[in-house]
Design a protein around this ligand. Structure first.
Ligand SMILES: [Fe+2]
Ligand SMILES: [Fe+2]
Length: 704
């Protein structure tokens, strides 16, 4: 016990040092707050829109709430520490071992945790088990076990207190770190913490079982499984600290075996390198194999230091356990993922990948019933993914959330602007503003119901109500106020039901949803105009308190603004129409652009992909070319560049698409420009690369 006390003392000093570091890190937040003040000021929020100073303070304060440990976290960490004390002292409380039968082999290693004397035998827990596994039980052994039972005592109070202090400190530091790296809502953060504690407990149960019974080697303890599960279902930043703490817990349960600690630690850390951007289950298996090989290499590397022979070490159960630990951890991980998805509402990247299938029944239906909303969702997904990658949010989760955020619109599609035919009647003209707002609101409730029916994960369903938060539909509210009959009506009747975005991903979706809609209205797509529009949208969300529950920081909002500006300003370039008689404009009765102007448009285009006809270069009139096909100037047989007049006329198809691209004289296929974006229901281009239609069979997951 003396050596244990020494270890506790040293551990305490180490933990106090770590806790001080964490405290100092937390203090840095004060400096960060000052930085936020300057960022907020630079956001140029009009003073009259910011109601009070307290509102601004509230916006800032919630950004740093994760530095604090909430009451729930205190309770759960105390409970977990007590549970670990009970687990550690298990054999003091419970008669767990089977009754020895004389003449038969004993099934487990009977280990006890305190020195024990019987006749002339002085047993020390460090030496060997009281009764070894597979030993044929003798009468002496029977007496020994009987005497142990009779003399068994409960653990001393100071020993229990020692264990508790160590565990509690370790757990509190873990909770601190967890908060440092977490960017989720408080509710999800608490859930994640319970999930992590549960997985650690599973690992420690295996460790205790292995160390108490000797039925399996302690090298089977699946610390790598914990690392894989947390990496796949939560995030990887917390994995190193979790692996360190869990290895320490395992060490406490298994007599501080340093070789075991090093092996388990290395195996856990290796998962970090092999599980980056995990999307396929096969990656989990290859990670398991990598963990197994690493474990074995580390195990064998330590063998010479222990004075053991390498060859005899390889065939031992411990070496086999160290290797099999990896593959078994990956199998356990894959088996447990669906269980945790169900219990904690996590969504694994494997499920998300399935949901990105644009050919799924739900998205196909959205395309058929509300094509404008479908294309809007795809455009939002592309933009949101860029924003998520910029700030290190979960881009895949956000892409899927964006695909499904407006599915509720498919039930009354014609009431939503992107599906309204500009030449047709506007159904809102025939109903009251309040009725209009109710129909618009219904896409939230119906969307969630529809999503539930199609068994969308909870994390995806959360995007549906949170992308509008509790925003007031200003257009219909103003319309109602202008009507003398409803002049005094409250704005709350025109507000979406909420809740407001509670995760970084939901906040990005809220912002990008508005930004994408605004980009369709903008006529000038210069960087300055786009940036101002985005800043205005974000300021509006801030002043309407829509971002109050969001963990997104203001500096992240600024980075999102910059990256969205670039994406929109470069993506919304205009396309040229090659003029004269059969160009798109000509076909639809609009004047064709002059050839010189068309050539001018090409200056900013990707000239690698385009072969600019000489005549267009020179500003001459040119023969017609279909809208989406820019044919290269055909080469004459002598290899010199031919004149445009020599090109064979291209017959446009009835739908305005080229029947066949022009072929140059050498028989090579003409270079094609990227296909034009599929037009939205309202006739506007969505300004993004073309997304394949669900019925086209392609997955359409071109990532930007
Ligand atoms: Fe919506
Ligand atoms: Fe939307």
């Amino acid at each position: 016990m003396d050596s244990q006390l020494l270890i506790f003392g040293l551990s305490l000093i180490a933990f106090v040092a770590v806790a001080t570091t964490v405290f100092l890190l937390a203090r840095q937040s004060t400096r960060e707050r000052k930085r936020v003040t300057s960022i907020l000021t630079s956001f140029d929020v009009p003073e009259e829109e910011m109601d009070t100073e307290s509102e601004i303070k509230e916006i800032r304060s919630h950004q740093y709430r994760f530095y604090r440990i909430s009451g729930f976290k205190w309770i759960i960490s105390v409970f977990f520490a007590l549970l670990l004390v009970l687990l550690t002292t298990f054999e003091f409380w419970v008669d767990y071992f089977p009754e020895p039968m004389p003449g038969k082999a004993y099934p487990i290693n009977l280990k006890i945790s305190y020195p024990f004397s019987f006749k002339k035998i002085h047993y020390s827990p460090q030496d060997s088990p009281l009764l070894a596994r597979n030993k044929i039980v003798t009468i002496d052994d029977l007496e020994l076990v009987k005497a142990y039972r009779a003399s068994r005592r409960l653990p001393a109070l100071y020993a229990l207190a020692g264990y508790y202090v160590v565990y509690q400190l370790l757990i509190l530091i873990l909770v601190f770190w967890f908060g440092q790296f977490s960017s989720e809502s408080r509710e999800d953060e608490n859930k994640n913490l319970v999930f992590v504690f549960l997985v650690i407990l599973l690992v420690l149960l295996v460790a205790k079982f292995a160390s108490l019974t000797g039925i399996i080697s302690v090298y089977y303890v699946p610390v790598a499984m914990l690392a894989m599960l947390v990496n796949i279902l939560i995030y990887n930043k917390i994995v190193p600290s979790l692996v360190i703490f869990t290895t320490i817990f395992v060490a406490i349960l298994s007599d501080f075996d340093s070789q075991l600690m090093l092996v388990l630690f290395s195996g856990g850390i290796v998962t970090l390198f092999w599980l980056q951007n995990v999307k396929k289950r096969s990656q989990v298996f290859s990670t398991g194999l990598a963990v197994g090989i690493t474990n074995l290499v580390i195990y064998l590397a330590i063998v010479p230091m222990t004075g053991e022979r390498l060859l005899s070490a390889i065939v031992q159960q411990d070496a086999v356990g160290a290797f099999l630990n990896g593959p078994l951890s990956s199998i356990l991980t894959l088996l447990l993922i669906p269980v945790f998805e169900k219990v904690f509402g996590h969504v694994s990247p494997f499920r998300l990948m399935e949901l990105t299938d644009l050919d799924s029944a739900l998205l196909r239906e959205l395309y058929l019933k509300a094509p404008g909303s479908y294309h809007h969702s795809l455009a939002v997904a592309n933009l949101a993914e860029i924003a998520a990658n910029e700030i290190g949010a979960n881009a895949l989760l956000l892409r899927v959330g964006a695909y499904y955020h407006d599915i509720g619109k498919m039930l009354r599609p014609t009431y939503f602007v992107e599906n309204i035919n500009p030449q047709g009647d506007n159904p809102h003209d025939k109903i009251s503003p309040y009725a209009s707002s109710k129909i618009l609101k219904s896409h939230i409730i119906l969307g969630v119901e529809l999503g539930r029916k199609f068994k969308l994960p909870r994390k995806i369903l959360d995007f549906i109500p949170q992308h509008h938060g509790t925003t007031v539909m200003d257009y219909f509210y103003e319309k109602a106020k202008n009507n003398p009959e409803t002049a005094g009506i409250s704005g709350s009747y025109f507000a979406y039901p909420g809740p407001r975005p509670r995760s970084r991903e939901a906040t990005i979706l809220m912002v990008v949803d508005s930004v994408e809609a605004a980009s369709r209205v903008l006529t000038d797509h210069s960087e300055e105009t786009v940036r101002k529009a985005i800043e205005k949208i974000i300021n509006h969300k801030l002043t309407q308190s829509q971002l109050d529950e969001s963990p997104l920081t203001l500096s992240e909002l600024r980075r999102i603004t910059t990256v969205l500006t670039k994406a929109l300003a470069t993506a919304t370039h205009k396309r040229i129409d090659y003029p004269a008689q059969t160009g798109i404009h000509a076909q639809f009765g609009q004047p064709a652009q002059p050839a010189a102007a068309a050539a001018g448009e090409l200056i900013g285009a990707d000239t690698d992909k385009l072969v600019i006809p000489d005549a267009v270069r020179n500003g001459e009139a040119v023969p017609p070319v279909a809208a989406d096909t820019i044919a290269p100037a055909p080469k004459p047989p002598d290899g010199k560049k031919g004149k445009r007049e020599d090109a064979p006329p291209t017959a446009p198809a009835a739908n305005g698409q080229a029947a066949a691209p022009s072929l140059p004289a050498n028989g090579k296929k003409a270079k094609r420009e990227e296909p034009a974006p599929a037009p939205a229901g309202n006739g506007h281009s969505n300004g993004h690369p073309a997304e394949p239609r669900p019925d086209s069979g392609g997955p359409g997951q071109s990532r930007t």
